[in-house]
Every structure is written in structure tokens, then in C-alpha cells.
Design a protein around this ligand. Structure first.
Ligand SMILES: Cc1cc2nc3c(=O)[nH]c(=O)nc-3n(C[C@H](O)[C@H](O)[C@H](O)COP(=O)(O)OP(=O)(O)OC[C@H]3O[C@@H](n4cnc5c(N)ncnc54)[C@H](O)[C@@H]3O)c2cc1C
Length: 463
């Protein structure tokens, strides 16, 4: 292992000490990129961000040409904290000489392609971002009182020291246990849909499982291509309905710092019950995509024609067997409690994502104060609870849904979370953050008459 390339062997040929940073970010998705962009405005803070990919990419397996962001362009890397930052989306447009066309386009929701291009522009401009650098291990060096971050590049293995580390490694695809043994060219998670799409040629029936936004986009794409490919499309979901994502103005206040603070202060048991009950805030489909799907089905069924699709909610796929003629699924309609079979040639699993517990934490695993479900205990400022002996801080981005709620993967809270982390790191107010961000008052007023709080009070009330 060599010291970091920024240090490397000195003129005398001796290996220098590893370079040292105030903060090292692991992963450069939109969230750590937001941190890099806001850190760029903090005087005296040295930062390095590492990503294993050769360049910034954003969910390439689902990058449909017309797919749009589900949040406003203002939910860029910095604007909701510092609209004067040189790394805002508007600054990117200015740099690309696209401000006038954007002004006339009147687009609040830009395409995912443009968001990716914007992020790539920011990552290329920020001196702190290094791609092609896969972090393999984070260890705590007791003597140096620094984290040792080991990473691999095409040129070999390297190490840097960090006072604080921020994990922004994203989430991992969830595959139902019963379907995991079938994974391959014709059974795959939606995250890699575009990589596998050509391989679906010749399939008579393609089944999509799951009805979040990804499932809906994949279903729509399969349906649009059906006149060329000739396949039928079946869409199954355990959700009780193909439901629209909550997008009302007060409903969106669940994605504010105010709601995040309220949620964090609830007891663990209450939080664990609350998140799944809020599925329509984060697991549903944009109203536009639902409209596109319905329009297409309507047009295809003109004159009594078969639109070539089956849409069935409330269905759990319990098992699947490969056979000489594709796959035979055993499914249960949950409300009717009826079991049925469905034959298909291919399965696209739009079955969601979950927080990772990345192997790179192996050397500090014993220093992390995991909760009883093996999850991080995350403080309001996104600091992970560690053994008292560790004087540095480990922060997480997008791994704290269980402590911070449904806004965790939302781009609209990214800049605020990054600024909160920077404030925690610098022990001050690197960025001034608003005290109030919603019209809704979440929770009871301070002067309650009775406080009967206890673990599980909401869970009891819901039975
Ligand atoms: C198709 C899709 C569309 C979405 N659209 C929206 C939207 O419109 N609005 C919204 O609010 N949310 C959206 N989301 C949700 C969320 O905002 C995104 O998933 C977002 O990309 C999460 O960012 P991230 O930084 O946590 O992780 P990611 O974007 O997944 O990035 C993580 C990065 O970490 C790197 N990495 C992982 N391990 C290592 C390692 N050991 N060493 C170095 N690098 C590592 C990876 O290479 C990757 O580049 C969408 C999600 C999906 C799947």
C-alpha cells in the first residue's frame, strides 16, 4: 500500500506520510457531491471524495430519455442552502449558455439526463472529487486519532488519513428471497433494466414486480416497445393499488427539516411503525407516469383491441420455478387470500432499495454502536454513534431512514443534510440554516397537559 497520490514518494525517494484531510467522503452520488460542493465554500476545510466508478453516473440502468426528476431543479446540490454557490444548477446553465432556453422552457422538473450532466459538471469542477478510487477499508488509528481510509485505483492501493469520514455509498437493490436464486439474464433487478432490455428479445410475456416509480417506468417502457417486440406485459405488485405519489403542497412538508426533526425525536418503536405506513410518500408513482400509462392503454384498446397488458395489484409473488417454458410463478392475492399461477418468460424486479452496511466498515465494525436490528444509531446531525474512544466522527448520508424518516433518499433534503454535517464538523455555522421550514406544526405544542409517551404508544393505538 502506498500513501495517497497527493503525498507519494518524496524527492529523496522515501515514502511520505499519507495525506491528511479534515473530511474524506466515500462515494460520490448526488448526496456526497452536495457535501463536496458546499464544503468548497468553507474556508480552511480540507476534503477528499472518492468513488469507485470511472466518472459520475446516476442510475444508468434506468436512464430513460424522457425521465424527469421528481423534485424541482431547486433541489440541486446547493441551492436550498446557498443559492449563491458557484455549484448551483443555474450556475451550470450559465456555464453551458443555456439560461435563456431554460427560461423559455419553463421547466420546474428537469430531465434525469440533465441532472446527471449537471452533477458531472460539478464533479469535474470540484478539485476534491476523485473517481476510479474504490474505498476498501476504513480503520481507526488510535495513535494518530485519525481514520485510515484505504482505497484502490488502477495504479494500486493507497491510503489517506481523515479526521472525519462521511459515507455516501448509496443504497442496494432488494431482491425477494424466493426470487434470488433465479437472478440472471431474464430475471434481474430494475436498477439494471436498460443493460438487460435487449436480452428480452423473443419473450412472449415479461412480468414486472413492484409498483414504485421504477416499476412504473419499466412497465411503460415495455408497453411502448411491445408493438416491436411482440411481448405481453404483466404488472404485479403487493401494494394494494397502483397509487399516485403524494405531491400535495402540505403533503410535501414531510420532506422538510421540520418533519425530519420531529420524526427523529419519536421513540424507535413508533418510527419503525410509521415509515411503512407512509408508503405513498415514497413508494408510489408520479401522477404523470400514471397518466402516460393510462393514455397508452386507452389508445391500444381502441375498437376493443387487447392492449397487451395485465395490471394486478394486491399480489405477492411467493415463489418461482424455472421450467422448459419460462418461469412458473406462484402468487397470492392478499385480500382475497387466493393463490394462482402465472407463466412468464422474464421478470423485472422493481422491488426497491435498502441501506447498505458496506464491507469497508469491517475494521471499525466493533467500534460502531449498532442498534438491536444491526442499523446505525444516527444523531440529528447525521453522526453515527461510535465507541467513546473514537474521537473522529463518522457521518452517513442516505442510510438513516429508520432515524430520520421518509425524506432520507429525497434530493430536496440533500443540501440541508450536507450543510448540517458541515456545521457539525466545523463546530459552528458554516451555513446558516432556517429555523422553520414548514407551515405544519408536527407534534403537540410544548405546553401539553399530559405526556403519556412510552415505547410503542403509536403501535398500540393502531391495532
Ligand atoms: C432511478 C432513480 C431515480 C431517482 N430519482 C429521484 C428524484 O427524481 N428525486 C429524488 O428526490 N430522489 C430520486 N431518487 C432517489 C435518490 O435521490 C437517488 O437514489 C440518489 O442517487 C441517492 O444518492 P446517493 O448519493 O445516496 O447514492 P448513489 O447515487 O447511489 O451514489 C453512491 C455512490 O457511491 C459509490 N460507492 C459505493 N461504494 C463505494 C466504495 N466502497 N468506494 C467508492 N465509492 C463507492 C458508488 O459508485 C456510487 O457512485 C431516485 C432513485 C432512483 C433509483
Amino acid at each position: 500500500m502506498t500513501a495517497d497520490a497527493t503525498s507519494g514518494p518524496g524527492a529523496d525517494g522515501h515514502e511520505r506520510e499519507p495525506a491528511e484531510y479534515d473530511v474524506v467522503g466515500v462515494g460520490i452520488g448526488p448526496f456526497n457531491l452536495s457535501l463536496a460542493a458546499l464544503a468548497d465554500g468553507v474556508d480552511g476545510l480540507s476534503a477528499l471524495f472518492l468513488d469507485g466508478r470511472p466518472e459520475f453516473t446516476w442510475h444508468p440502468g434506468l436512464m430513460f430519455d424522457d425521465a424527469r426528476l421528481q423534485v424541482s431543479f431547486l433541489a440541486d446540490l446547493v441551492s436550498l442552502v446557498d443559492p449563491t454557490s458557484p455549484w448551483s444548477f443555474l450556475a451550470y446553465l450559465r456555464d453551458r449558455d443555456r439560461l435563456f432556453p431554460f427560461y423559455f422552457a419553463e421547466r420546474f422538473h428537469i430531465t434525469r439526463r440533465e441532472f446527471e450532466d449537471y452533477c458531472r459538471w460539478a464533479a469535474a469542477g470540484l478539485g476534491s472529487c476523485r473517481f476510479g478510487a474504490r474505498v476498501e477499508a476504513v480503520a481507526w488509528d488510535e495513535a494518530r486519532r485519525r481514520f485510515r481510509v484505504g482505497y484502490a485505483t488502477a495504479g494500486g492501493r493507497h491510503e489517506v488519513l481523515a479526521r472525519d469520514v462521511v459515507l455516501g455509498v448509496g443504497t442496494e437493490p432488494v431482491v425477494p428471497e424466493a426470487l434470488a436464486p433465479l437472478l440472471g439474464d431474464r430475471v434481474f433487478h430494475a436498477e439494471a433494466y436498460l443493460d438487460h432490455r435487449a436480452g428480452l428479445a423473443g419473450a412472449r410475456d415479461v412480468t414486472v414486480v413492484g409498483s414504485g416509480q421504477s416499476g412504473a417506468e419499466v412497465f411503460l417502457d415495455l408497453l411502448r416497445n411491445a408493438p416491436v417486440t411482440g411481448h405481453r406485459v404483466t404488472w404485479l405488485t403487493a401494494s394494494p393499488a397502483f397509487a399516485p405519489m403524494e405531491y400535495s403542497k402540505l403533503g410535501l412538508e414531510h420532506f422538510t427539516p421540520d418533519y425530519t426533526r420531529f420524526f427523529h425525536a419519536l421513540p424507535d418503536g413508533v418510527r419503525d411503525v410509521l415509515v411503512p405506513s407512509q408508503w405513498q410518500l415514497y413508494k408510489a408513482i408520479s401522477a404523470d407516469t400514471i397518466a402516460d400509462i393510462h393514455d397508452l392503454l386507452y389508445d391500444r384498446s381502441t375498437g376493443g383491441a387487447d392492449p397487451g397488458a395485465t395490471l394486478r395489484p394486491g399480489v405477492t409473488v411467493e415463489s418461482a420455478e424455472p421450467g422448459p417454458d419460462g418461469y412458473l410463478l406462484t402468487c397470492r392475492h392478499d385480500q382475497q387470500d387466493r393463490v394462482f399461477r402465472h407463466r412468464t418468460d422474464a421478470l423485472v424486479l422493481a422491488t426497491g432499495y435498502a441501506a447498505r452496511r458496506p464491507p469497508l466498515l469491517g475494521p471499525v465494525d466493533h467500534l460502531v454502536d449498532w442498534d438491536d436490528q444491526g442499523r446505525y444509531r444516527v444523531a440529528p446531525d447525521y453522526r453515527v454513534a461510535l465507541a467513546p474512544a473514537v474521537t473522529g466522527s463518522l457521518f452517513v448520508q442516505n442510510a438513516e431512514e429508520h432515524t430520520h424518516g421518509v425524506g432520507t433518499p429525497d434530493l430536496g433534503l440533500g443540501a440541508w443534510r450536507s450543510a448540517s454535517i458541515l456545521n457539525a464538523m466545523t463546530g459552528g455555522t458554516a451555513y446558516r440554516l432556517p429555523a422553520a421550514t414548514a407551515f405544519t406544526s408536527f407534534g403537540a405544542p410544548d405546553d401539553v397537559l399530559v405526556d403519556v409517551r412510552g415505547p410503542g404508544h403509536l403501535a398500540r393505538g393502531r391495532r
